[in-house]
Design a protein around this ligand. Sequence first.
Ligand code: 6GU
Length: 244
Amino acid sequence: MRIDVVTIFPGYFDALELSLLGKAKQRGLIDVRVHDLRDATHDRHRTVDDTPAGGGAGMVMKPEPWGEALDGILDEGEGSDPLIIFPSPAGEVFTQGMARELAHEEHLVFGCGRYEGIDQRVFDEYAERGRVRLVSIGDYVLNGGEVATIAMIEAIGRLLPGVVGNPESLVEESHEEDGLLEYPSYTKPSEWRGRPVPPVLLSGNHAAVEAWRREQRIERTRRVRPELLPRELRGESRGRHAAD
Ligand code: 6GU
């Protein structure tokens, strides 16, 4: 997958060199290219923003540098039909489902604006010429799209074939398969600070372990994210729990 990122803070994306994503990059599974929006300015101060038309607080990102930066990327990746994503708290909410969908794209372009926003004509221009989506990573406000973009690239990147060593580890996660949250995990020692590993996990009874894990997933989901519970599991509570 090819990913271009346009930002005034390229340094944020150094984080993509780390861990699994860094290895995926080295192995050529993900080709991430980060572009400094200021390279598409032509004044001495490399200006990317200006006061809002109509007045008001804050600054708005000027359209010209965005036009030049995005045209450059689109011209270079000729015929790749990229999807342009503008991270924005005003966008549709990013989910595991959207990550799965975007993992099938050949070419993603992320345009990171500051939160006061990018001149609307930039969205309009590229929506008319191709595919554009405004995407939020949740109901809170960040200072800019960079951290949101890193989150999305990580969520999408780990779904690409070969990025995660054992694809089985992708299956039993929160928000995958049946929409339930994941079960709690334990490892050795079997007792730590007086806290035992639940005995069923040491029983060797695979069916009992599976049943326990499913029950834990259901109860955890009911407790912290009841809106995620599948319809058939709603209503029937299974009693009190320590963390309730
Ligand atoms: Cl994508 N951008 C900004 N600036 N804030 C956000 C966001 C995105 N998603 C949630 N908050």
